[in-house]
Design a binder for this molecule. Structure first.
Ligand code: VAH
Length: 314
């Protein structure tokens, strides 16, 4: 059995769909702190608080998972509003899952990191796998610490835990999860609704992004790779395409002429975005497990608008 903890989130939701398509509906157990909103083809679901070791124990005892995907976390913007809760959830949730995965002999564990592990003194362009990392958001600090803990559990205990430093992930199936890159999702909803969008990041803010289809395909490719091929047990750099809000608006305008974007000043998320890389070097992922993105900015824009149009017309 495969268990996904945090299956209601933006990435968890789509990992559940992909893993159920691959392994079968009943082979994948989803779990989150509350019932899911979207009525996904229901496989087994459990209410689980990743900070409550008792219910977590019950989950592992009931299903004896061979793989565990931990997607429960508090993201960058929300984390700055609730720093202690973000640290607690992101770190103690991870430690609980790593400890129980060891105790129950789980074969493989997946845990998401983020480009948020890089900070103001990290190289901005083509940020390499190994670099100065001085994150100054609680989210980024917790993800950097989490990477160190994952590598430790691999080296000290032999736990096969694997991880990806996701850039901003763009998708249409779920609402975004309180991150700094959420503008790149909101913009599509607003464009279709009112043909205008007030962007909380400045027009020239370049950030590395990844389409959800690529993110899911890359995650499954990493999890399928032979363990001996993997040299990185902290977390792999990964990226799709880098762009600015202005570039995205221009792409949207090709589909929705007259689309207007305005820019709000002084949103706290700007200060977060300014500490992150403009672009990422993901050579190791390409070389060690064949990573290659498929969606460029034009294809992301077309796919988002097409699917959101259909979704809102249902
Ligand atoms: C966030 N979407 O904005 C997440 C992600 C790199 C961005 O970590 O916090």
């Amino acid at each position: 059995r495969i268990v996904i903890i945090g299956s209601n989130g933006q990435i968890g939701t789509e990992l559940a769909i992909a893993l159920r398509a691959k392994f079968g509906l009943q082979q994948v157990v989803t779990s989150d702190i509350r019932e899911p909103q979207i009525s996904d083809p229901a496989g087994p679901f459990e209410i689980v608080d990743v900070l409550d070791r008792k219910t977590l124990h019950q989950l592992f005892t009931k299903y004896h998972p061979t793989q565990v995907y931990l997607l429960a976390a508090m993201l960058s913007a929300t984390g700055e509003k609730h720093p202690r809760q973000a640290w607690d959830l992101n770190i103690n949730g991870l430690l609980n899952v790593l400890d129980l995965s060891l105790e129950y002999g789980v074969k493989k564990v997946f845990w998401p990191s983020s480009i948020a592990v890089f900070g103001p003194h990290s190289p901005k362009t083509d940020t390499p796998q190994y670099a100065v990392m001085d994150p100054n958001t609680v989210y980024g600090i917790s993800k950097l610490a989490g990477e160190r803990i994952c590598e430790y559990y691999y080296q000290r205990y032999g736990l096969d835990v694997r991880s990806i430093r996701y850039p901003g992930v763009i998708s249409w199936k779920t609402a975004p999860g309180g991150g700094t890159t959420d503008y790149a999702i909101h913009i599509f909803h607003e464009a279709l609704k009112s043909n205008r969008y007030a962007c909380f990041l400045a027009s020239g803010t370049t950030l590395p992004m990844l389409y959800m289809d690529d993110a899911i395909r890359g995650t499954l490719a990493l999890m399928d790779a032979p363990a001996e091929d993997l040299s990185i047990r902290s977390s792999y750099n990964l990226t799709g395409v880098s762009f600015t809000p202005a570039m995205l608006a221009n792409e949207i305008r090709k589909h929705l002429p007259g689309f207007i974007i305005t820019y709000e000043e002084n949103d706290p998320r700007q200060a977060i975005a300014d500490t992150w890389p403009n672009s990422i070097d993901d050579t190791e992922a390409q070389r060690e497990w064949g990573w290659k993105p498929r969606f460029n900015l034009s294809e992301i824009t077309t796919d988002m608008l097409t699917n959101l149009k259909e979704k809102t017309q249902i």
